[in-house]
Ligand binder design. Structure first.
Ligand code: BTN
Length: 235
């Protein structure tokens, strides 16, 4: 494992993808600012100075493909545990956004690199709002941890996240969501609440019943129909 630091990059995920063959398993790429930070669904991730932007490169040898998405949920649990050390209560907005006071404090973009149908690398990209200014210019409500009076040492914070994530990593890879289910449920937001969820080109309006043993969200519509969804975006 190596930590590779840049003052400026287009995106730590893009860099990791482009350089995956020379990067090692568990390498972590950090950038102080990103000029083309990317979010889920081709959104832009504004990456001004003051945030923590990094990507973890994973190159597992033995794994079950179905458990790969759960690594994203695993890193969100690791981040929640690191935030909790500052006596703040984080929540996970399914599948892996982290909220503090109902505002987004962290987002995760996981990507995979395949060559000839062979997995070459998994890239877990994390953006955490630590002390940026002007977060109110972002479309969705966002919050930086500094607003809560926290003075976070980014290096220590990252070390804490990595320690926790690499503890969960082998378990998640072999057992999938079951390895983190208990922790994940502790942080899970919106339980029992009515939500709107965009799933591909359909919008579900339903009540959140929980998360199943695979990490899929369980929704119940007003007719009592139950749906387990593996992908989507809570609006
Ligand atoms: C989202 O909530 O939409 C995911 C945001 C992920 C942002 C991080 S910042 C580090 C890494 N590099 C990127 O370009 N994106 C991720």
């Amino acid at each position: 494992m190596g930590i590779i630091f840049f003052k400026k990059l287009d995106s730590t995920n893009t860099y990791s993808k482009e350089n995956h063959s020379s990067l090692k398993h568990k390498d972590v790429i950090i950038a102080e600012t990103q000029t083309k930070g990317r979010g889920r669904y081709q959104r832009t991730w504004v990456s001004n100075k003051g945030g923590l932007y990094f990507s973890i490169v994973l190159k597992p040898k033995v794994f079950s493909r179905k458990n790969i998405p759960n690594l994203t949920q695993s890193i969100s649990v690791a981040i929640c545990k690191a935030i909790e050390k500052y006596s703040i209560k984080p929540q996970i907005k399914w599948p892996n956004d982290i909220l503090v006071n109902n505002k987004k404090a962290c987002g995760i973009l996981s990507e995979t690199v395949f060559e000839n149908n062979k997995l070459k690398a998994i890239i877990l990209g994390v953006g955490i709002n630590i002390e940026q200014k002007n977060l109110n210019k972002i479309e969705k409500p966002a919050i930086s941890l500094k607003t809560l009076g926290l003075n976070i040492d980014k290096e220590k914070f990252l070390a804490q996240i990595l320690k926790e994530f690499f503890r969960l990593y082998p378990k998640t890879l072999s057992k999938g969501f079951e390895a983190i289910q208990k922790d994940y449920n502790k942080y899970f937001a919106y339980i029992g609440k009515e939500i709107k969820l965009q799933h591909i080109d359909k919008i579900y309006e339903a009540k959140v019943k929980g998360v199943d043993k695979h990490g899929a969200i369980i929704l119940e519509d007003e007719l009592g129909n139950i749906n387990h969804l593996h992908i989507g975006d809570i609006l």
